[in-house]
Design a protein around this ligand. Structure first.
Ligand code: 0RA
Length: 641
């Protein structure tokens, strides 16, 4: 591997501050202390391995989820340096793991482009681990060191010799910090590792879950982002033989794009800067869009493909487009609400110039495909015109406040969106219980009858003809669409949109349909954290006048034991709720709607690409991949979007 990069010395490491701050306010460093933050720990370590890979020193990463709740991350990079830091007088590895931001990577010449959401460094992982063990293979020696909650318990020691290089980190998340859960989810880790493997074709990532027999995945994709696009479109029908692949570099910004048009209607453009998913887009995405529009428009004009006075807009060029944009920027500026929008203005023209030229070449060389793409674009433009009319109709209705609200909506009495909630409830009977059980001052109820339309298979114009969807959009008050023009979040009438469905197959189908609709057409509501899922209990356990509820089998058994112990002679009755309709209004309030006692799951999108594929599998045309998916995931009770 290339050895022309500057030599690292312990003296490069800058020392900023200690780890107490991290333990005091962990959310400041890793986002939150729930499931997301927990998995973020793994990303922080892996980011270091990816940096090694980007510098040309690492091509293999192995992640092992252990039976005892710990995690092992192994790479074949250079290994964390172990020499003594001249100023601090302690080993560099100890500095890297105990001092915030000590990474040796603040140096302009050490090439670092990867980085997690927060990019806080591996010392944060150490601070938030009840136990942390590192093994370094470097310069012929094997060194180990151990910590507890960031404090050194075994100073650096040599335990043997080796002819390899690399780092093995083993840690156990601290349950004092991660109070909600310390359980790693194979699927969450796998989604991110698969993504990293697509974005970095030189690496192989292996994940092993020792908690389950035979649960192991190996990710390695020679084709990189081109394979990524093919993977995302697995269940969609492509209109071209293979994705277009474009690669180039301008002004020290390397760019890779793969794209493909399919027969579906949604736009699935995912962008990455230094391996970070830029959900909110930014200058690289604007550059991509401008190049695409200019190249296709130019081709259409030159070949006189646009008839009459049909107006074709930017979004028409992206209907049914699946694309990955991956660039590397030395000093990225991230902006936006979730800090996932690229701000560097110079990047737009870099992407635009590179892409425009290569797209033109492609269109010239592939006239048949070019014609197919433009036919599709023109159909999209016609359909958009029809959708605009339908949308105006829905919006005009919702504009007439009060009078325009759907008849089935039981609205709340207060007017302050921040404190208002709307329950989207499956079926009229559950809707009835929810209406009687609710707190009418701030909780609105909208019962949805039967199945809503599958939005994965229809264009917006058609979708907006559906009564349940119309009622929902009117009640929410924001309009519909993905641009700021079409969807005005400041008009949102409720800051909690709560999906409440039965805990059975039909219920989860309806929930998935609703989530698909939100994801495809009201995405900003999810991105801003307004969408939630209610969690009604599965069991009611009664003993005389005592009533308790359980959300899973373990708690049910615990309650059973406790009740039997409290009075061994009295009969205990367990009933399984088959649907929300079986609960009386008081029970529904107590278990599922009372803010004091309920549990809401906030809907978040950790990996937009994974969510995309998931929805296309669950809701698209192809039956076989869906069957496979459901079989493979049957043991996971809940759907992690
Ligand atoms: C500090 C400096 C260098 C590498 C690393 C840390 C490093 C950290 C981790 C964590 C997991 N795997 C890792 N691999 C490397 C630069 C090393 C050099 O220049 O030789």
């Amino acid at each position: 591997m290339s050895e022309n990069k500057p030599e690292y010395k312990a003296s490069n490491i800058q020392v900023l501050e200690g780890l107490e701050a991290v333990r005091k306010r962990p959310s400041m460093y890793i986002g939150d202390t729930g499931q997301r933050g927990l998995h973020h720990l793994i990303n922080e370590v892996v980011d270091n391995s990816i940096d090694e890979a980007l510098a040309g020193h690492c091509d293999y990463i192995n992640i092992n989820i252990k039976d005892d709740g710990s995690i092992v991350i192994k790479d074949n990079g250079r290994g964390i340096p172990t020499d003594i830091h001249p100023k601090e007088g302690i080993p560099a590895v100890e500095l890297v793991l105990t001092k915030l931001h000590a990474g040796g990577k603040f140096d302009k010449d050490s090439y670092k482009v990867s980085g997690g959401l927060h990019g806080v460094g591996v010392s944060c992982v150490n601070a938030l681990a009840s136990h942390f063990h590192v093994e370094v293979h470097r310069d012929g020696d094997i060194h180990v060191m151990e910590f507890q909650r960031g404090i050194t318990t075994t100073p650096l020691k040599k335990i043997g010799s080796t002819d390899k290089t690399g780092t093995i980190v083993t840690f156990t998340p601290d349950s004092e910090i991660f109070t909600q859960t310390t359980e790693f989810k194979f699927n969450i880790i796998a989604d991110r590792m698969r993504e990293l493997a697509f974005l970095n074709p030189q690496i192989t990532v292996e994940i092993v879950d020792e908690r389950e027999e035979d649960l192991k995945e190996v990710f390695h994709y020679e084709g990189g982002v081109k394979d990524f696009v093919a993977f995302l479109d697995e269940t969609r029908e492509s209109i071209m033989p293979e994705p277009i692949y474009i690669e180039g570099e301008l002004d020290d910004v390397p760019l890779e794009v793969a794209m493909q048009y399919n027969q579906a209607y949604s736009e699935n453009v995912h962008s990455y800067v230094n391996n970070i998913n830029t959900h909110e887009g930014g200058t690289h995405v604007s550059g991509f869009r401008r190049a695409l529009t200019r190249a296709l428009k130019g081709y259409a004009e030159k070949n006189k493909l646009i008839k009459g006075k049909l107006s074709v807009s930017g979004e028409d060029f992206r209907e049914g487009l699946t694309a990955i944009i991956s660039i590397k920027v030395a000093e990225p500026q991230f902006e936006g609400q979730t800090k996932t929008k690229l701000g560097n203005s110079e990047v737009q023209s870099v992407v635009e110039i590179l892409l425009y030229e290569k797209l033109n070449d492609y269109l010239e060389q592939n006239p048949k495909i070019a014609k197919g793409i433009l036919e599709k674009v023109l159909r999209a433009a016609e359909a958009r015109e029809a959708a605009r009319k339908a949308r105006q109709l829905v919006q005009r209705k919702s504009a007439m406040a009060g009078a325009g609200l759907p008849g089935k909506l039981a609205d709340c009495s207060i007017n302050d969106p921040e404190h208002c909630e709307i329950y989207l409830v499956e079926g009229d009977s559950a809707g009835g219980s929810a209406k009687s059980g609710r707190n009418r001052s701030f909780q609105a109820i909208l019962p949805l009858r039967g199945k809503i339309l599958n939005v994965e298979k229809a264009r917006l114009g058609k979708i907006l003809e559906n009564n349940e969807i119309k009622a929902m959009i009117t009640a929410l008050g924001v309009g519909v669409g993905l641009s700021e023009e079409d969807l005005d979040i400041s008009n949102l009438r409720y800051h909690k949109i709560i999906i409440m469905t039965d805990a059975d197959i039909d219920g989860s189908h309806i929930r998935t349909l609703l989530l698909t609709f939100f994801y495809r057409h009201l995405l900003p509501l999810i991105e801003n954290g307004y969408v939630y899922i209610a969690t009604p209990p599965l069991y009611k356990i009664t003993q005389g006048k005592k009533i308790d509820y359980a959300w899973d089998d373990n708690t049910r058994d615990d309650i059973l034991k406790r009740m039997k112990k409290e009075s061994a002679t009295r009969k205990v009755d367990i009933s399984r709720y088959k649907g929300l309709g079986e609960m009386n209004p008081d029970q529904l309030w107590e278990t599922t709607m009372d803010p004091e006692t309920r549990t809401l799951q906030q809907v978040t999108i950790d990996s937009a690409a994974a969510a995309d594929r998931l929805f296309s599998i669950l809701m698209g045309d192809a039956v076989e991949p869906r069957r496979e998916f459901i079989e493979r995931n049957a043991k996971y009770a809940k759907l992690d979007v």
